[in-house]
Structures are given as structure tokens and as C-alpha cells.
Design a protein around this ligand. Structure first.
Ligand SMILES: Nc1ncnc2c1ncn2[C@@H]1O[C@H](COP(=O)(O)OP(=O)(O)O)[C@@H](O)[C@H]1O
Ligand SMILES: [Mg+2]
Length: 385
């Protein structure tokens, strides 16, 4: 099917056939050429072609025709299809009609009757070239516009990211400044225990900053496509064990106990060992961070045909459906707050999701308000890949 079409309109059938012949010589079979003997018929053809998916590149119309004149016809076409180029065939005395057509139909050229075939052919050739060029320009402009919108959005995201990061760094930094000033001004009058206490506060604020900077660097690494996961067949049980042990110690001040449930002695997955460590570390730290004192955390590791799955189940406050939908975005600090003055950057789960996906795994959450939360992470087994 010829997608591009040309409509010729003249009430004189001899002129119409010579128009068709001359145009055919210029365009060959690359354009569909349709003929109409008056304006109304031309509009019908225009409608039919358009609804059949053709693009009407050019309409060449006589000016003096019964009922609808050439300039009226071109005005109608222009209203529906401003990109279609229009040429009018006129007698010597039709200057007013030409200016009307230029004004209302964006007339491309007019050709005086009788014309020289060579002139007509050249004009048609130029018109079609112009049409194709305009089309290309319009496509490039659309593409530029889309790219520009995407860049504007990226820039807004970056600004927002920077704004939040700067704000989150400012709080611990001003705390450090305040404590340091306190030490400088009052250290002579302070007992050693108080100096140590203030130093601990400085340490805690700087740890908070350090964690945020580390998370920011991770996000930056992820967003610039530099996740460096070297996948190999790894038994993830030792990693899980080490982390459970480590977090059991860390959770003692909150009187929270962790229990690992496993059936096998080995869980081989096709993963990057350090990345698995980072992922489970994040999920376990959340479970401890958002659990009230005295609760239990269960870690279940299971193997199915295709995946090795690890569940971290806590007895915390749980997450509402609305909160669950926001979980894995950047800087999401949701309704549950740390129960033991821990720090929160709102970046942990965003990083977790990206890292899991980089290893062809899945992470998801099941939670009920008031009854606790389970985070699941699943990695492909070894023989999969
Ligand atoms: N186990 C959980 N129980 C309840 N809420 C959680 C749990 N894990 C995460 N959340 C909520 O999701 C938010 C985002 O978590 P995360 O991305 O790890 O950031 P962070 O731990 O630094 O706040 C937390 O602020 C918290 O509100
Ligand atoms: Mg976290």
C-alpha cells in the first residue's frame, strides 16, 4: 500500500488526465494518485484516504470549478491537514483567489494555466521533497521534545535527591558542631564521664553521616549502571548465619531474639556473595530497627526448584497497604519509625531492590498492620543460568 497520496482536482477531465500523467512521471509508483472532478468529490476522497491510513502529501487543485472553488477546497483541507502541501492552478486574473488561498490555506505555490509540463514537474518534485523534509523535521522535533522532557524530569529528580541528601547531612553535622563547641568551651568544668558521653554523641552523628554517604554512593553507583555483581554459584547459608549472629548481638539491648530456620545444610544460589550480604544486612537491620523491644525475628531459608528464598519475619507494627506501595522508592521513611533511636535514611530498600534485580532475583513484602512484616528475597538456583 502507498502510504503517501496526491489528490488532483480539476473539472476538466482532459486537464486532469494530463496532470496525472505528468505527476506520474515524477513520482512513479511511490505515491498513490487520486483524481477528483470537483471540490466535494475531492473532500470525499480525502476522507476515504485518511481513514484508510494514507497521508495526503499534496493536493493540486484548479481554482475555477462549479460550486466549491479551489481556494475554498484548499482551505478545508488545510483545516484538517495543515501539513498537506497545496498547489493551485489559476488563470492570469485570479490573483485575489491566490492571496486568499495563501492566507487561509497556506498555499505552497500557484501554477498559471496553461503550464509548461517541465515547470509543473519541477514544482511537484520540490513540493514532495519539502513535504518529506517537513515530516522528518517534525519527527526530530517530537523526539527532541521527548528527550528534553525526560532530561527535565531527570534534572528535577537529581535536584530533589541533592536537596534531601543535603538536608539529611545537615542535621548530624550541626549536632557534631554543637557538641564540639560544647567540649571546647566547657571541657575544663566537665567531668570525664560527660566528656565521654558527648564524644559518643559526636561519634553517633558521624556514623549517621557515614551511613548516609555510603547509601548515597550506592544509589549513585546503581543509577549510573555500575552495579558490579559477579555471579557465581555460592552457598548463601554461611552468609545468613554470620548475619544472624551479628544481629543477635546487636539486638540484645532491645531484648529482641533472632532465630534461623533451615532444613538443608547448603543453599546454593547463582549470586554475588558480597551483594547477598549487603541485601540481607539491610533487611535484618530493618527488622531489628523497626521491631519493638522484646519481640522475635524469624529467618527462614528455603529451596525450591528454581529459587533459594529467604524470609525475614518480624513482629513489628506492620505496614499499611499505602506504605507497602512506597517501600522500594528513594528516601521513603514511612509510618514505622526506629524503635531504639537508630538512624533512618530511607534508601536501604531502594538499594536492596536494585541489587536483587541485578542478580535476577526478587524481593517483596507481606505485612499486616499490627501483626508484623515479612520481607522475602529470592535468588535463582545455580543450574538455572
Ligand atoms: N521491617 C519493617 N517493619 C516496618 N517498617 C519497615 C520495615 N522495613 C522498612 N520499613 C519502613 O520502610 C522505610 C524504608 O526503609 P529503608 O529503605 O530500609 O530505609 P531506612 O531503614 O533507612 O529508613 C522505613 O523508614 C520504615 O518506615
Ligand atoms: Mg533500612
Amino acid at each position: 500500500m502507498n502510504e503517501l497520496a496526491i489528490i488532483c482536482v480539476d473539472d476538466d477531465s482532459t486537464i486532469l488526465s494530463s496532470l496525472e500523467m505528468e505527476i506520474q512521471e515524477v513520482v512513479g509508483n511511490t505515491y498513490l494518485i487520486e483524481l477528483a472532478e470537483n471540490g466535494e468529490e475531492a473532500l470525499e476522497i480525502y476522507e476515504e484516504l485518511s481513514s484508510a491510513g494514507h497521508e495526503i502529501a499534496l493536493v493540486i487543485s484548479d481554482y475555477i470549478m462549479p460550486n466549491m472553488k479551489g481556494d475554498e477546497l484548499l482551505k478545508h483541507i488545510h483545516l484538517h491537514s495543515p501539513k498537506t502541501l497545496k498547489i493551485m492552478l489559476t488563470g492570469q486574473a485570479d490573483i485575489e483567489a491566490v492571496s486568499h488561498a495563501i492566507q487561509y490555506a497556506n498555499l505552497y505555490r500557484y501554477i498559471s494555466k496553461p503550464w509548461q509540463p517541465a515547470d509543473l514537474k519541477l514544482t511537484v518534485k520540490e513540493a514532495l521533497n519539502t513535504y518529506l523534509q517537513n515530516k522528518k523535521i517534525a519527527e526530530y522535533t517530537d523526539e527532541l521534545e521527548r528527550t528534553n522532557q525526560a532530561l527535565i524530569k531527570l534534572n528535577q529528580d537529581k535536584n530533589e535527591f541533592l536537596g534531601i541528601a543535603a538536608h539529611d547531612l545537615k542535621n548530624p553535622l550541626s549536632a557534631i558542631q554543637g557538641y564540639a563547641e560544647m567540649l571546647i568551651e566547657d571541657c575544663d568544668d566537665m567531668p570525664k564521664s560527660e566528656i565521654i558521653e558527648v564524644s559518643h554523641l559526636i561519634l553517633s552523628s558521624s556514623r549517621q553521616m557515614f551511613e548516609l554517604v555510603r547509601n548515597l554512593l550506592d544509589v549513585n553507583r546503581i543509577e549510573s549502571g555500575k552495579i558490579n555483581a559477579k555471579l557465581s554459584c555460592v552457598d548463601i547459608l554461611p552468609t545468613v548465619r554470620i548475619l544472624v549472629e551479628c544481629y543477635s548481638t546487636r539486638a540484645k539491648p532491645k531484648n529482641i531474639s533472632l532465630q534461623l530456620h533451615q532444613q538443608n545444610n547448603q543453599y546454593d544460589a547463582f549470586v554475588d556473595k558480597n551483594t547477598v550480604h549487603q541485601i540481607l544486612d539491610n533487611l535484618l537491620s530493618n527488622a531489628v530497627k523497626y521491631s519493638p523491644y522484646g519481640k522475635h525475628i524469624n529467618i527462614r531459608i528455603q529451596q525450591s526448584e528454581k529459587m533459594v528464598r529467604c524470609e525475614i519475619q518480624d513482629e513489628g507494627k506492620g505496614l499499611s497497604t499505602a506504605d507497602q506501595q512506597k517501600l522500594f522508592s528513594k528516601f521513603t521513611r514511612l509510618t514505622p519509625k526506629p524503635t531504639g533511636k537508630e538512624h533512618s535514611t530511607g534508601l536501604g530498600l531502594f538499594i536492596v531492590k536494585k541489587l536483587v534485580e541485578a542478580m535476577n532475583g526478587k524481593v517483596w513484602c507481606e505485612s499486616e498492620l499490627g501483626r508484623g512484616t515479612s520481607f522475602f528475597v529470592a535468588f535463582p538456583v545455580c543450574n538455572q543460568t
